[in-house]
Design a protein around this ligand. Structure first.
Ligand SMILES: Nc1ncnc2c1ncn2[C@@H]1O[C@H](COP(=O)(O)OP(=O)(O)O)[C@@H](O)[C@H]1O
Ligand SMILES: O=C(O)C1=C[C@@H](OP(=O)(O)O)[C@@H](O)[C@H](O)C1
Ligand SMILES: [Mg+2]
Length: 172
């Protein structure tokens, strides 16, 4: 079984994905970590040194590479992954269990204000402008995220409860 988690930056894909994989006894993969490992550079440095276009090309290449694997896993992709090229089509072909972690803008802004240095797209946005930036960006990206098989309304739930929601929805 392949499970894929998607959603905006800071929605908890990496955090929830790790816990979900542990609970289900599956391998955990994070596309950003995989890109960093392969490119031997952090995501922030790839954006800084080589530019976003290069990052998107590599993101596309490594997504395809991971989804060709025969083994089972939980894969957390990056916030932008579903929104470029034919990545969302590839994701939906690669897994019958695609989840969108939907988190309110206020929660995202609060979390991301603490994590700007690792997220080049929001690094230069002042905290006070984060909610508006996220709102607009999410509006553009939602048409991709909403193609997931299941939308998990995370609200302000703890990661462990979100894991339980995902597991329950797969049992139905
Ligand atoms: N359900 C949650 N409740 C509160 N904080 C969370 C939750 N899920 C993740 N976080 C925190 O939010 C931040 C972003 O989480 P992360 O898993 O890196 O998100 P993503 O991979 O979607 O960008 C981290 O500091 C993480 O500890
Ligand atoms: O939303 C985006 O375009 C991005 C999200 C990041 O991943 P997270 O969603 O795990 O922060 C990372 O892939 C890169 O900084 C670009
Ligand atoms: Mg992540």
């Amino acid at each position: 079984m392949k499970i894929i988690l998607l959603g905006y930056m800071g929605s908890g894909k990496t955090t929830v994905g790790k816990k979900l994989a542990r609970q289900m006894g599956l391998q955990f993969l994070d596309l950003d970590d995989y890109i960093e490992e392969k490119e031997k550079l952090s995501v922030a440095d790839i954006f800084g040194d080589k530019g976003e276009l290069y990052f998107r090309k590599k993101e596309h290449q490594y997504l395809n590479e991971l989804l060709l694997r025969k083994d089972n896993f939980v894969l957390s992709v990056g916030g932008g992954t579903p929104c470029y090229g034919k990545n969302m089509e590839t994701i939906l072909k690669g897994s019958e269990n695609v989840f969108y972690l939907k988190v309110p803008i206020g929660q995202l802004a609060q979390r991301l204000s603490q994590q700007k240095s690792t997220r080049p797209l929001i690094r230069h946005i002042p905290d006070g402008e984060l909610p508006e930036f996220i709102g607009k960006h999410l509006f553009e990206r939602s048409e991709f995220y909403n193609q997931a098989h299941t939308v998990i309304d995370c609200g302000s739930n703890e990661a462990i409860d979100i894991v339980a929601d995902i597991m329950n929805s797969m049992q139905q």
